[in-house]
Design a protein around this ligand. Structure first.
Ligand SMILES: Nc1ncnc2c1ncn2[C@@H]1O[C@H](COP(=O)(O)OP(=O)(O)OP(=O)(O)O)[C@@H](O)[C@H]1O
Length: 583
């Protein structure tokens, strides 16, 4: 029951609804005690031949009014308690979502999206049930069950009550055992559901790859296998679930039997009246629900416990990158200075950046080149503070980037990643994403600089064309250019183009770079690329090899010395010539 203690913060927050709701639940429990008593009195009056019309009208009137009150109070507590539990679900979902959005990339390497979605749906649902049906079963099993027992013992016969309830401990022991079993099985069922979610998420996003490799059949089979595991695990839960009610009914039936046999003996020996025995048996009937409620309560609480623990564990994960204490809200732009003696993603990582020292003056363009996997993107991730450096750091103007808030830092940066992402909305909304009040002229201008304006005009609905799964399919190069336009629109002080021109042809690349140069006068730009043509006009070029800067300088410097840059530049020029010659 510790889950109720853990949810106390919520019950306090919703104290009015829960206070009135529980009060009404108690009232309902007490009102439910009246009809059996009245029925017993009617029977006794009939047995004594003392019943007349007046008395009958009064008895029936009491039962009728009681019924109406029960009707209204039951409706009211349901809306109050179940209604509040929906608010808990909303709050947990919102907390999870906000928390997920503050997490660093490493969190998403450890946790899969499907898993996280399962937490935000199934687990939240189980906790909601605890705050709704859990409270109902808790109050009903204690208040209704307790008051029926008191009524049976005090107003009819404590002897008959004690004897009839002999089978109760059997129920307590078995339901507790079932509860434990349920906890384990429920955990497994939730895990397999998470796996299924992961499978769906991965297959849907990798559908093109699956199709191109002709793996649809295998994928469907893998899905079915996982789906079978989910069913199997849920069947195991259902089997334990299904044991609760029959066990309770069996116990109650034995109680009935004892009550009738022993109760008849008490009637014969005149210790209780015949009306008393009938009231007693009716009370036993009412007792079925509180007993079922105890079973349910165990069940709901076990699920709620497991789910709430999982949600809490997730919420307790601290973002690896967060604002330092007293971090400044404002960052003054200036030169960007890298002074990193070493950086590793983690202890196990073989890759290491070493002695990364260079300065980009405000307004300059820097090109970072090198073979694949040499650390180009890593250098950019450190500027964005996706990861923090352990030895050395990056300063902008006079501030170390760790001394300002993440917001203050990232507000200066426009990042076009290698893996571009477009939302399933219109082209214009995709470009305008970072600037709420962007005018259509501004959007079009950004698109022109990114050399995508003409393509967009060729789409069926122009700038209103919906892209993504529900809309038009774009080429890799078009997506890249829309991503570039999105970043250009916010006119950031620092623009990062992370190998994002790889899917456009050399001519378009040249056009984009020329427009960029005009547009970004006085602003800093980072360009990483495999193509020397993308960086040759930069003010500074660095060449990376296995995390080390092996060459540094301008294009003119670098093409005049023997080295990787010169070799690659000449080779790529030759390739271009061959391509043009071949056309
Ligand atoms: N999150 C990460 N955790 C651990 N290692 C990583 C992580 N991201 C990248 N690496 C490793 O760091 C090295 C440098 O990667 P990085 O992406 O910086 O290279 P790159 O030069 O940008 O390559 P490419 O040109 O292919 O984009 C690679 O060996 C890569 O495997």
């Amino acid at each position: 029951m510790s889950i109720f203690k853990d949810l106390l913060w919520f019950f306090k927050q919703e104290k009015r609804s829960y206070g009135i709701g529980i009060f009404l639940l108690v009232l309902v429990a007490l009102l439910e005690l009246i009809p059996p008593k009245v029925i017993g009195m009617i029977i006794d009056q009939i047995a004594k031949k003392g019943m007349d019309t007046n008395k009958l009208v009064i008895f029936v009137g009491i039962i009728f009014i009681n019924g109406l009150l029960l009707y209204y109070f039951r409706f009211k507590w349901r809306t109050l308690i179940f209604g509040s539990s929906l608010k808990l679900a909303r709050q947990l979902r919102n907390n999870l979502y906000s928390h997920f959005s503050t997490m660093s990339p490493s969190f998403y390497q450890k946790n899969r999206i499907g898993d996280l979605m399962a937490h935000a749906t199934n687990d939240v649902q189980s906790v909601r049930e605890t705050a709704g049906a859990g409270i109902l079963t808790f109050v009903d099993s204690i208040i209704l069950g307790g008051s029926v027992l008191v009524m049976m013992a005090v107003s009819i016969s404590w002897k008959l009550t004690l004897v009839s309830l002999i089978p109760l401990p059997i129920m307590a022991i078995t339901t507790q055992y079932y509860g434990k079993l349920l906890h384990q099985r429920f955990h497994l069922a939730q895990e397999s559901f998470s796996e299924l979610n992961n499978k769906v998420q991965e297959s849907m996003s990798g559908l093109k790859v699956i199709r191109s490799f002709g793996q649809e059949k295998e994928d469907i089979q893998a899905f079915r296998a996982q789906s079978d595991i989910v069913v199997e695990n849920n069947m195991k839960v259902a089997r334990v679930d299904a044991l609760f009610d029959p066990t309770i009914m069996l116990v109650v039936s034995i109680s009935y039997l004892i009550a009738i046999v022993y109760g008849s003996k008490l009637v014969v020996s005149d210790e209780i009246s015949i009306g008393g025995l009938i009231s007693f048996v009716t009370y036993l009937g009412i007792l079925i629900w509180p007993m079922l409620a105890i079973g349910w309560l165990f069940n709901i609480v076990q699920r709620g416990r497991a789910s709430y623990d999982r949600i809490r564990t997730l919420l307790a994960v601290e973002p690896e990158i967060k604002n330092a204490k007293g971090a400044l809200e404002h960052l003054e732009m200036g030169d960007i200075h890298y002074a990193i003696s070493s950086f590793k993603y983690n202890e196990e990582s073989n890759f290491e950046l070493k002695n990364i020292n260079f300065t980009v003056k405000e307004g300059q363009t820097i090109g970072i080149v090198g073979k694949t996997g040499q650390g180009k993107t890593t250098i950019l991730k450190l500027l964005l503070r996706e990861y923090d450096t352990q030895n050395g750091g990056v300063t902008i103007g006079y501030s170390n980037i760790k001394d300002v808030t993440l917001n203050a830092l990232r507000n200066h940066i426009g990042y076009v990643p290698q893996e571009h992402f477009l939302f399933s909305t219109s082209v214009s909304e995709n470009i305008g994403f970072g600037k709420e009040d962007a005018t259509s002229e501004e959007i079009e201008r950004a698109a022109e600089i990114a050399s995508i304006h003409d393509d967009i005009l060729g789409f069926l609905d122009g700038y209103e064309t919906v892209v993504g799964e529900r809309g038009v399919s774009l080429s890799g190069g078009q997506k890249q250019r829309i991503s570039i336009a999105r970043s250009l629109l916010v006119n950031p002080n620092i623009l990062i183009l992370d190998d994002c021109l790889s899917a456009v042809d050399a001519k378009t690349e040249e056009k984009i770079l020329r427009s960029l140069k005009e547009d970004r006068v006085g602003k800093t730009t980072f360009i990483t690329s495999h193509r020397m043509s993308a960086v040759m006009h930069s003010d500074l070029i660095i060449v990376l090899d296995e995390g080390d800067i092996i060459q540094k300088g301008t294009h003119e410097n670098l093409v005049n010395v023997e080295g990787w840059y010169k070799e690659m530049f000449e080779r790529q020029q030759l390739e271009e010539l061959v391509e043009q010659g071949g056309m």
